[in-house]
Structures are given as C-alpha cells and as structure tokens.
Design a protein around this ligand. Structure first.
Ligand SMILES: *Cc1c(COP(=O)(O)O)cnc(C)c1O
Length: 377
C-alpha cells in the first residue's frame, strides 16, 4: 500500500475504517438512523461555527459544488465567478451548464483576492445584479487560501449570495460561516476530515433556502436538489437510501476532529515547518502569499517534470504526492499536509523521500529537508 501524502484523499485513521466495517441498519426504515444522520450534521454545523443546517450528500466533493449551482441558478441569472485558481474557475462551467451567465473575475493565481479590487468590480457592475458569487477557500492546485469570510460579507452588502468551496480548507484552516455570512458552504470527506472519498457536506443559510424557494422555475434535478432534503428530519425520510457505512465512518472522523482541540494549531505548525524547510533548502514555492496550511505547492525547475517526481516517489518510496492541474500541471508538485497527513513522522518521511527523489533527478538541494522540517516544528 502506498502512503497517501497527496492533497487528498488523505490518510484515514483506523478508527474510521473500523466504523465502516460494522453492521448497519436500514437508513429508510429505522428512525434511529435519521437521528444519527442529524446528530452528525449538527456536529458539522458546530464545527463550521454556524446555526445553519448542514446536509451530508452521497457523492464526492465536486457534487456539493454542483448542487449549490444547480439549486441557485436560473436561466440568464448573472453569477460572479471569482477566479484565482483551477477550482475557482471551474465554477463557471456549472453556472453555464444550468443556464446562468458567469462573469469571471480573474486575478493573480499566486496570491489571494484583493478585497478592494472585488469592491471596485461590484461598484462598476451594479447593473448586472449578480444573484450569487462563487469562490474557493483553499484552491488546492496551488495551495492558495482566500479571505472568503471578508469577501462574503462584502457581497452581502450588495445583496449577493455567496457559494464557498472549502473542500480543502475546513478542519485545517479556520472558517466561520455565520461571522462570514456565507450562504452555501461546501466541504468533502476526503481532505482535512480524513474520511475516505465519497461524501460531500453542504451548509445552507436561510437566505440560500429562501432563494431556492422563490425560484421562478423548479430546480431541474433530483439527486442534486437540496430542496429534497429540506424536511427530511420531520418526515423521517431521505430522498434516496443513504450510504450508511460511509456516514458511520464519517461520524467517527467528525467526532475525532471535534475532540482534537489543537487541530488548527497542528495544521499551522506543520504547514509552516514544511514551507520553512523548502525555502531553506532553496526549493521554490509556487505562491507569493496566501499559503494554506493544508497543502503546499512546489514550483519545479524547468528541467524536472512533475510526472517523473511523482513516479519516483511512488515506485522507490511508496509515497503518493500530488501533481497539479490546469496551467500548473507541468511545473507544480504538491504535498498534502491536512488531516491525518498533518503528522510529524509522515511529513519527515515524505520530505526525506522528496529530497532523494529530486536529487536523483538532478536538482541541487542546499540543505537537508527533513532536518530543517524537524528543526522548524
Ligand atoms: C478536492 C477538492 C474538491 C473535490 O474535487 P476532486 O477533484 O474530485 O477531488 C473540490 N474543491 C477543492 C478546492 C478541492 O480541493
């Protein structure tokens, strides 16, 4: 088995795997399962610092993003797509697919959005009456963290709803849905929560429910239609059979996060030490600023290909790290240090293997990555 040190799926704790192996009940016929599901959602709401309802949907992280777009978009709606990363830009496709008109607000992929620039854009484009705006908390292909709470508060001033992808942010980076006035927050099971891939969580504000309820046209979907879940608890009925084993595993992961009071501190410490070690050894980080504590993107010299690094790490060291996507695909590799990956021993092992791999591929490294990492902890 390979060690998963990629930017998701992350390593999964044995206790989570054990819960997935237990016998399960009929999620449709046993009301105790509905309670179990709701309790799990309630913990997730506490962890996102919100009174808003959370729903766990049967599908990988992307499904939550698509659900948000299908539920909010009507034909010809103007939607602001904030783009400083691959996932950020990707929202435009969902908006278009469901009949909306995306306006892409593009900014430097190497640093977080500037609030002033977004404010200027909103001032100049008042006539567009954006219905909602999309943005990414941690845009994973570059490991970039955006000030999504501040942006959402700004959008609210203009009456614009916010959809925030925090799939690779939440539980590794602080996020406060209520303080940030975020309308739909999307998370996933396989990043900092460290459960296997397969589930997505969406938290929905009253304003977002209201927008769905006051649509001119019905939501053209069933599986991704959040309205189908609106009264599941009162009715003791889900729109379709819930993946009981996945949710039992997720519940364990959620409880472990809730009990781990130092989780954000640990991410900060690990993220900082990884970055410090790379810098000290003369390895270039992709970003200028806005480094997420969940993943670090390394910009390789032009003579070394990400594919070769990944292959060597896998075959010689049994470790999987990530390449990147879109415009970064040919020059960036990433280490995921979120959730169960944010551990000293695993990261030391990974950096040691990376040092040997890069050296063998001809890169000159001025120091010892592992030692620097450990010294910076
Ligand atoms: C991982 C991730 C998702 C989920 O997408 P997959 O590529 O299918 O894993 C969505 N958004 C962000 C920012 C992610 O990091």
């Amino acid at each position: 088995m390979y060690k998963l040190m990629c930017a998701g799926p992350t390593q999964v704790h044995d206790e989570v795997m054990k819960k997935r192996a237990l016998p399960f009940t009929n999620p449709d016929l046993d009301p105790a399962f509905v309670d179990f599901y709701k309790e799990t959602c309630d913990i997730l709401s506490r962890l996102a610092h919100t009174k808003n309802q959370c729903l766990i949907l049967n599908g990988e992280g992307i499904m939550g993003l698509e659900a948000a777009c299908i539920c909010l978009t009507e034909k010809d709606d103007n939607v602001l797509v904030l783009d400083n990363g691959v996932f950020g830009r990707g929202f435009a496709d969902f908006v278009t697919m469901y009949g909306g008109n995306p306006t892409i607000f593009e900014s430097d992929y190497r640093e977080p959005f500037s609030l002033d620039e977004i404010r200027n854009h909103l001032e100049e484009n008042k006539s567009k009456n954006y219905k909602y705006a999309t943005m990414v908390h941690c845009d994973t292909p570059s490991g970039l963290i955006n000030p999504v709470e501040k942006i959402s508060i700004l959008l609210k001033e203009y009456g614009i709803l916010s959809v925030v992808d925090t799939v690779a942010g939440i539980f590794g980076e602080p996020i406060d849905m209520d303080k940030g006035k975020i309308d739909i927050l999307c998370g996933g099971s396989q990043k900092a929560l460290s459960a296997p891939p397969g589930l997505t969580m969406v938290w929905v504000s009253d304003d977002a429910w209201h927008a769905m309820e006051s649509r001119r046209t019905p939501i053209a979907g069933f599986y991704l239609n959040l309205m189908m879940y609106r009264d599941y608890f009162e009715k003791k009925a889900f729109p379709y059979t819930m993946p009981a084993s996945d949710i039992m595993g997720l519940r364990q992961a959620v409880e472990m996060v809730e009990q781990d009071e130092a989780i954000l501190k640990r991410h900060e410490k690990m993220g900082e030490a990884v970055r410090a070690a790379l810098k000290k050894c003369g390895i270039a980080l992709y970003l200028k600023s806005g480094f997420s504590n969940t993943a670090t993107a390394i910009e390789l010299p032009t003579n070394i290909k990400p594919k070769d690094v990944l292959e060597k790490m896998m075959h010689d060291y049994d470790i999987i790290i990530s390449g990147s996507l879109g415009p970064l695909e040919d020059r960036v590799i990433r280490i995921g240090h979120m959730g169960e990956n944010a551990r000293k021993d695993d990261l030391a092992l990974t950096l040691d293997a990376l040092q040997s791999t890069l050296s063998e591929l001809g890169m000159n490294i001025s120091g010892n990555l592992k030692m620097e990492f450990l010294e910076n902890l």
